[in-house]
Design a protein around this ligand. Sequence first.
Ligand code: UT7
Length: 309
Amino acid sequence: MTNADFEKLVDTSDEWIVSRTGIRERRIAGDGITGSDMAVEACKRALDMAGCPNEEVDLLVLATVTPDYRLPSNACVVQEKMGLPNAAAFDVVSACSGFINGLSIAKAYIETGQYRKILVVGTEYLSSIANYADRSTCVLFGDAAGAVLVEATTEDAGIRSTFLKSDGSMREWLWIKVGGTKYPYQKGTDPQGLDKIYMSGSDIFKVAVREMGRASQAVIENAGIAPEQIRWVVPHQANLRIIEALVKRLNVPMDRVYLNIEKYGNTSSASVPLALDEANRQGLIARGDHVLMVAFGGGLFWGSALVKW
Ligand code: UT7
């Protein structure tokens, strides 16, 4: 969907969307395609690139807020669809920071020695929960999935540090009120859009810039490197202005930031792995590069990861 498509749906303009967000297009899943289908495709491509047979995957961690079913987890659906006979599989629900949470879980399991090869995938079918009557949110979101394989190594490389933090007191700034057990659907009544995403964008904006900055500094310090050593920042792509404010705080130039928000919009937990994969397949990330990933979203929940490629 392009900005021109949204001009026909709600009272908005290409000029407003581009200048306030940096978004020009987003991808919408085709008929019958769900989050698990997109995750399968992403996981297959990740395993293919890593040269890893399905049988060797020990664990699948799937980040999503848009699972196919309320029960079971999307991870178990994906496990069955792609055939991961020796894996355990579970979902994490950390909204836009779900992939970073998944990386942190993978790092911890690998360090304990419990698992050696872990698929981490972020997949979101956000068009199913976007409120296409609310111009302040619907123009932002797109559908996508992205995956990585994390594996044990003795090389001088890998996930150096991760940082996670949440604050549930601000949960109503980004939420879907109706449809859970507290506010279930009422038979015969119209939920009036309360079963779709609501976001208080300008409130989130300020906290996002501050906390993504702090989270980035935390992993840079923990990894024992200087900010100048960051070769790539691969941030959650929610708003170009948030990203610009973040890297200004970090004193990292914009030409070290991988951006694709223009093409996909905000894809929640898929956003960081989608950007990472694009940068990698374009050959932009070299062995030994320090890559900073950082995300912020509903919960509120935020996190970062520092990887030596
Ligand atoms: O990924 C999870 C975390 N989420 C985020 O990080 C998102 C953070 N927030 C944002 O990215 C921005 O706050 C938004 C892009 C959501 C909104 O941008 P903003 O610059 O904060 O705009 P605003 O909400 O302060 O609204 C400014 C004006 C309002 O009109 P008035 O009251 O000044 O007359 C809105 O009604 O822009 C209006 N507006 C729009 N106008 C045209 C809001 N949405 C639209 C729209 N088209 N689509």
